[in-house]
Design a protein. Sequence first.
Length: 314
Amino acid sequence: MEKKKRIVIALGGNALGNTLPEQMAAVKITAKAIVDLIEEGCEVVVAHGNGPQVGMINNAMAALSREDENQPNTPLSVCVAMSQAYIGYDLQNALREELYNRGIYDIPVATMITQIRVEQDDPAFQNPSKPIGHFMNEEQAKNAEEKYGYIMKEDAGRGYRRVVASPKPAEIIEIGAIRSLVNSGQLVIACGGGGIPVTRQGNHLKGASAVIDKDFASCLLAENLDADFLIILTAVEKAAIRFGKPDVKWLDDLTVEEAESYIEEGHFAPGSMLPKVQAAVNFARSGEGRTALITLLEKAKDGILGKTGTRIHR
Ligand code: ADP
Ligand code: MG
């Protein structure tokens, strides 16, 4: 029998929705797309983002501590952990249901709470760049800056969002446990929200105030698991050059060198498409036969069959 293709899927915001009810509905569609790939004979590992969710949790916890002086504020690392559990819960529930609906009863589904080590001196701590939470207009953004001391930035022409530090993932702490589960045929959700950022202090891991970009965390996960494919599912079918301009060109197939020259020319917005293309390049470069794909959730199956998406390879 041919060896199954191992795929790490990175789910973006549109696979999860922005609110609790939206997420409940979105994960059903997401689960269908993932189980489609399993039925195609792929071995799938799921990672996901948490931008809207971690923003929501952080806002809720901050409001609680403003209201009640006995409630100290919740560190951002804990908010990421909460988002992993809450998103993992919805995803594992929907995946289990979808597997059962198709008569697949022998693939257990589990979420791994995942810590990821970052470097304490990562320059990203001095330059917050990762958008979290909901979109705001200019006036709301000014208000959030003045009232809460948040750093606000414009996000790819779609409005303003709070930005936080986004250091690069250096080491997946729970990789041994994840690998055992994956190797025994379980469907694992890991590195949610980019992983809980921690720094090493002797034997202690200390939570860091940051949100790792899930595109980079998924890339590291795919490398560590020796995956064949890294599929980044997002809100666009393909990455583009001259994005948003009349002469936009959607990209089908790129070598790492071609992708890198487009990165240098500044075609991909920081905090949204840039980390995806960078992660795709890193993965494709990391080993023989490794391919990265950026496409829409609904197109995941067509993408893996080579029909659409932006494909990056050596
Ligand atoms: P996700 O939640 O999936 O990580 P993001 O919002 O971070 O999604 O990134 C996807 C978005 O990147 C697209 O919806 C699009 O608006 C934006 N984008 C910025 N630059 C480009 C580009 N060059 N090509 C395609 N999309 C781009
Ligand atoms: Mg993103």
